[in-house]
Design a protein around this ligand. Structure first.
Ligand SMILES: [Fe+2]
Ligand SMILES: [Fe+2]
Length: 334
């Protein structure tokens, strides 16, 4: 017995049953909605490629939120004070919520939660590579909040205007919570940076560890990102990978000064002529290794998720049995 939310497979079949003339008409209506910057809703006709792109993007995003709980979950039991523990627990819990909003948004496109979970635990789906790095010190909690949640905000604020309604609306709430996450990370680093010499060093080392992987979160450079143009034409994406990366670096530079720390790139400087940040070449071989599943913690992350899924089977079965009982009772009453 599995729990599945209502899916849109019926709508998908309807869509296949259309005549050529009807498809052309539906495509024109779709194009007009995109052109007018309005929203596509689950009930609307949409091109198959648009649906597939969204399913892939939203489910990957959901998986990232769920797997992203692990590197920080590692520190809940070892947080340095009760206050820090409470904050970190709230943050990790928010990430679970983000995963759930996003799975729900993806379900409106005709994929079930079970399918998505299976794809993840069988390593057929991707999630953000950043969560395959280990978190050896408490300062990593600061660096993750400041850099990883910070990069997530840069990526996600424009997604609040994504053309697919359920995705855009989920992002509004997620972004509000992400800004709290970023501030809590900044505050952890600020306190460590102004602490003892060893604490300051710990903060700097964590920033050094997470800086490059956080820049990689924006994806490959524009000239190697073939799907970007189509996503921008569909108004799912609003800015290119490199534009967002530039914006992120511009946000970090004044903040790292307040922190009294440095970014680990000797070539980072503002280029007046080009109106953008010059920076060192990103090591994409590392990115590709991690993406291919050979990062420091890939196997461990998936194994952990699989174990959690298996040990939660009885909860899903009990919930499904209860729902069935309730439905039968309602039928009898009717
Ligand atoms: Fe999140
Ligand atoms: Fe977050």
């Amino acid at each position: 017995m599995t729990l599945t939310a209502p899916d849109a497979s019926a709508r998908r079949d309807d869509q296949r049953g259309l005549t050529e003339a009807e498809v052309a008409e539906a495509q024109a209506a779709f194009d007009a909605i995109i052109e007018a910057d309005q929203r596509i809703e689950p009930r609307d006709w949409m091109p198959d490629a648009y649906r597939k792109t969204l399913i892939r993007q939203i489910s990957q995003h959901a998986h990232s939120e769920i797997i992203g709980m692990q590197p920080e979950g590692n520190w809940i039991s070892r947080a340095p004070s009760l206050k820090r523990k409470a904050i970190l627990m709230a943050k990790v819990q928010d990430e679970a919520g983000h995963g759930l909003y996003l799975y729900s948004a993806a379900q409106t496109l005709g994929i079930s939660r079970d399918e998505m979970t299976e794809q993840l635990i069988e390593s057929r789906a991707r999630y953000s590579s950043i969560f395959n790095y280990p978190t050896p010190t408490w300062a990593d909690m600061g660096a993750i909040g400041w850099l990883v949640d910070g990069a997530a905000i840069c990526n996600q604020v424009p997604l609040c205007r994504a053309s697919y309604g359920p995705y855009g609306r989920a992002m509004v709430r997620i972004c509000k919570e992400e800004s709290f996450h970023q501030r809590q990370g900044f505050e952890i680093l600020l306190e460590l940076s102004n602490g003892t010499e060893a604490q300051h060093r710990m903060a700097q080392e964590a920033v050094n560890r997470w800086y490059w992987p956080s820049l990689m979160m924006f994806g490959p450079p524009d000239d190697e990102s073939p799907n970007s143009a189509q996503s921008m034409a569909w108004k799912i994406k609003r800015f290119t990978n490199d534009e967002l990366r530039q914006r992120f670096v511009g946000m970090l530079v004044p903040q790292v000064e307040v922190l009294g720390l440095t970014l680990p790139d000797p070539n980072l400087r503002w280029n007046e002529q080009r109106g953008e940040w010059d920076m060192s070449e990103i090591d994409w071989t590392e990115f590709n290794e991690v993406l291919a599943g050979r990062g420091p913690a890939n196997a461990q992350r998936i194994q952990h998720r699989r174990d959690a899924h298996e040990s939660g089977a009885w909860v899903r079965e009990a919930a499904a049995a209860y729902a069935q009982k309730q439905a039968a009772r309602e039928r009898r009453a009717a």
